[in-house]
Design a protein around this ligand. Structure first.
Ligand SMILES: NC(=O)c1ccc[n+]([C@@H]2O[C@H](COP(=O)([O-])OP(=O)(O)OC[C@H]3O[C@@H](n4cnc5c(N)ncnc54)[C@H](O)[C@@H]3O)[C@@H](O)[C@H]2O)c1
Length: 327
């Protein structure tokens, strides 16, 4: 298929672009590099340096795209609370412009990166797709708005739409000398921050809150390996049906506390990871664990790297070879 990958210079988009190319697809990456990295761009992909708001310049009716995989977004929940206008303009207004371009060009399918953040504080665990959607931050709200727009677009204009609601993504894509991994700036995700501490690049890790109703008082999250997540995108592309908006949660169905994650980072790296407990962060749910039963049933998706050791081990291999050694 001829595919447009928005956000293909970012963490997840670059891994998916790589796997699409490896599976014989023709890939164009649309990414203005506002948070992405030129080094993450696959050399065989065509790169268009434009914001998604201008996607119509690439998605012309003659270009013949078979689908769009839409990763481009701002992703920091904390920042979204202090600069909400940035998130609405980028994530929601930008996505609406992309959907307009998809419709005008007659592109038949779109796969969207949605998020567990649409659920807010869940009333049921593990969380099914039918759970109440009540985001506790602007980031989650901007993503939920796009999910809703896609439902309308599928009904009104026959788009084959799929939203994949990721839980916490971790790990790296490793193949021979090639390694593609997580590199956010500033980094807000637990595993890469813990690796920076293990590598001696930060003096300590902050854990926000140790009085939650969980086994050790720290928050519980569900982690999914980026390669398993990428495989779900390839399955979603072929499972998309015109006129339907399918929505799937993607996680492993196992929760780990922040302290358990740090312990695995210590085991994998063999290094100390000093921890400091900080106050709870506003809007952080105690526990987020996915039910991915629907993805397993309808997409035939089965995670192949479900353990935290898989994810931390691969993330550490990427960090050592591509971040530490290149400084
Ligand atoms: N990382 C996670 O754990 C996680 C969890 C749930 C959902 N998601 C979603 O997955 C997607 C990818 O996340 P990521 O971790 O790879 O983020 P990332 O920041 O590494 O990548 C995002 C990419 O999008 C590009 N981009 C952003 N706004 C753009 C715009 N207006 N025009 C063109 N390019 C733009 C950036 O330059 C960057 O390359 C996001 O939509 C995010 O909301 C991520």
């Amino acid at each position: 298929m001829k595919l447009l990958v928005t956000g293909g210079a970012g963490y997840i988009g670059s891994v998916v672009a790589r796997m699409l190319l490896d599976n014989g697809h023709d890939v164009t990456v649309l990414d203005d590099l506002r948070t992405g990295h030129r080094a993450a761009l696959a050399p065989e992909a065509t790169h268009v340096d434009l914001p998604i708001h201008e996607a119509a310049q690439v998605l012309t009716p003659d270009a013949g795209f078979d689908g769009v995989l839409h990763f481009a977004a701002l992703i920091a929940a904390g920042e979204s609370m202090v600069r909400p206008e940035l998130y609405w303009r980028n994530n929601t207004v930008g996505s609406l412009a992309l959907i307009d371009a998809v419709r005008a060009a007659g592109v038949p399918r779109l796969v969207f990166s949605s998020t567990a953040a649409v659920y807010g504080n869940p009333l049921e665990l593990p969380i099914p797709e039918t759970a109440v959607k009540a985001p506790t931050n602007t980031y989650g709200a901007t993503k939920l708005a796009v999910d809703m727009a896609l439902t309308s677009e599928a009904i009104g204009h026959d788009l084959a739409a799929v939203s994949l609601r990721y839980f916490n993504v971790a790990g790296a894509y490793l193949r021979g000398d090639l390694a593609i991994g997580e590199r956010h700036d500033p980094e807000t995700h637990l595993i890469p921050i813990a690796l920076e501490v293990a590598a001696g690049r930060r003096d300590k890790l902050q854990i926000f809150g140790d009085d939650y109703p969980t086994v050790d008082g720290t928050c519980v999250r569900d982690y999914i390996h980026v390669v398993d997540l990428a495989r779900a995108h390839l399955l979603a592309l072929t499972a998309a049906v015109p006129g339907r908006h399918r929505i799937y949660n993607l996680g492993n169905g196992n929760g780990f506390t922040n302290r358990q994650v740090v312990e695995v980072v210590r085991e994998v790296t063999g290094e100390p990871v000093p921890v400091e407990t900080a106050p709870r962060r506003e809007g952080d749910p105690a526990e987020l664990v996915a039910s991915s039963a629907l993805a397993r049933e309808e997409l035939g998706w089965v995670p192949e790297k479900p353990t935290l050791h898989d994810m931390v081990g691969d993330a550490w291999a990427f960090y050592r070879t591509h971040i530490l050694e290149q400084r």
